[in-house]
Design a protein around this ligand. Structure first.
Ligand code: DLL
Length: 432
């Protein structure tokens, strides 16, 4: 099932031609209307008419988060505010917020792109979609909302939080699709158990989760606990919000909406393209955005492209689920570790609860990592010996997955902080 089959199943040749035309008009737009780009192009003695092939994109400069901050609030807008119908903002964990804007046309495209992702996941206009992302400056709530309305589904704009009420509404309103972060989906599942609500008695069938990294093991856990089919979707406010890429029902990589975004994967150190299929940092250029175009935005997200065609019939390239952000990568004794690698191990161990936290400290000039993991009551109150065996077991599994040893501490159920939006998995005390 497709939302816009004429686009989603386009021949590659036609797609590339369309991308090039759209890239050229985007460059014209930013080169004439955005002083920041005008100056950068002039410094590089770059005439946007020199960009004659998609590969020529490598001649263009990168844009980074700091550029958005330096031009706060409206410096990178390519249209006058009069033509902006919506503003969103991402707070980020450090520094000044960044502001992004949308023209009426941008909102229309955004809605269609999100409708594609919903359709790809199996959702139709007959579905009842509960949107448990925050509504507000965060792009998750409104982004999914407009897409779901565009699809013609029945939308419940409940926003994030008040978990018991979420479940009550899910029962009463016969919700068929849940939209939120994967970590919040697990909190909803746990709360259901506490309330004695049997998920099999609900109408829930689909879960569309995104906005944070999650592992395949976490998907299995959510699918089992909620009795649904969970799919992953990706996006970021700097280039639009949700709607950049999403999984089809094959659940094997996220199709990138390539007619609106040009993606590159580069080595974060050298900034050169990686070999096809290799892991690197995702760099995104918007191809249709009017109010807030972005040229070669460095996302800091790590993934790899999957060049093989997908059995679903879409010709849009897939990317593997995001491994993590370069900012969240831990370097322990010289080895690179991502939180979802730790998550994968924890989810596979009998007796652990799907809630964990990773503490990083610097002791005696070297980084020390402690993984806190919740365990069920039976284990927590068991004899010391059994607890020690459990810790040793987890440590051994982590060593074989990560290649290095980390400390493990078992904590009682429900003691780690819960998040209704994006979960914060890593507490880096080196930065405090
Ligand atoms: O999180 C947009 C979004 C909302 C996407 C709802 C999907 C669903 P930001 O708040 O700007 O925007 O955060 C963007 O979140 O650079 C990634 O690091 C991370 N992220 C988003 N989706 C995924 C995902 C929204 N599916 C940042 N898997 C991005 C892993 C994700 N990380």
């Amino acid at each position: 099932m497709y939302w816009q089959p004429e686009k989603e199943c386009m021949a590659r040749e036609d797609l590339e031609q369309l991308q090039l035309e759209r890239l050229q008009s985007t460059l014209y737009r930013v080169g004439t209307h955005v002083p920041f780009y005008k100056k950068k192009f002039a410094e590089l003695k770059l005439d946007f008419e020199d960009i004659r092939s998609l590969d020529d994109i490598r001649r263009l400069p990168f844009t980074v988060k700091q550029d958005l901050r330096d031009n706060y609030p409206y410096g990178l807008f390519a249209v006058p505010l009069r033509d902006v119908v919506r503003v969103h903002s991402s707070s980020g964990t450090t520094g000044l917020a960044t502001v992004v804007g949308y023209s009426r046309n941008d909102i229309k495209n955004w809605s269609n792109l999100v409708a594609r992702i919903l359709t790809g996941a199996g959702v139709t206009r007959d579905d009842v979609i509960q949107i448990a992302f925050g509504y507000g400056l965060f792009t998750g709530g409104f982004g999914l909302h407009y897409g779901a309305e565009r699809l013609g589904a029945s939308v419940i704009p409940i926003s994030a939080g008040n978990t018991k009420r979420q479940i009550q509404i899910m029962q009463d309103f016969k919700t068929t699709a849940l939209v939120c972060t994967p970590s919040y989906a697990l909190i909803i599942a746990d709360t259901m158990m506490e309330m004695g609500v049997n998920p099999n008695g609900l109408s829930l069938r689909y879960g569309l989760f995104g906005a944070e990294p999650w592992s395949e093991a976490m998907r299995r856990e959510i699918n089992e606990k909620l009795g649904i089919r969970a799919t992953d979707n990706y996006g970021l406010s700097e280039v639009m919000g949700p709607g950049v890429a999403g999984e089809c029902q094959e659940c094997n990589g996220l199709h990138i909406n390539e007619d609106h975004f040009l993606l590159e994967v580069v080595d974060p150190e050298t900034l050169e393209p990686v070999a096809p299929g290799e892991i690197g940092e995702l760099v995104i250029t918007t191809l249709t955005k009017e109010a807030f175009p972005m040229i070669r935005y460095r996302t800091r997200d790590l993934t790899r492209l999957i060049p093989e065609p997908c059995p679903c019939g879409r010709t849009f390239m897939r990317m593997q689920r995001i491994m993590g952000r370069t900012d969240d990568m831990l370097i322990i004794k010289g080895v690179n570790v991502f939180p979802i690698q730790i998550e994968k191990v924890l989810f596979e161990i009998e007796g652990t609860e799907p809630h964990y936290q990773i503490i990083v400290e610097r002791k005696n000039h070297s980084d020390r990592v402690t993984v806190l993991v919740e365990v069920n009551e039976a284990i927590f109150f068991d004899e010391m010996k059994k607890q020690r065996q459990m810790v040793d077991h987890i440590k051994a599994r982590l060593v074989s997955e990560l290649g290095i040893g980390v400390d493990v501490k078992l904590v009682e159920e429900k003691t780690l902080e819960r998040f209704e939006g994006k979960a914060k998995r890593v507490i880096d005390k080196r930065k405090l």
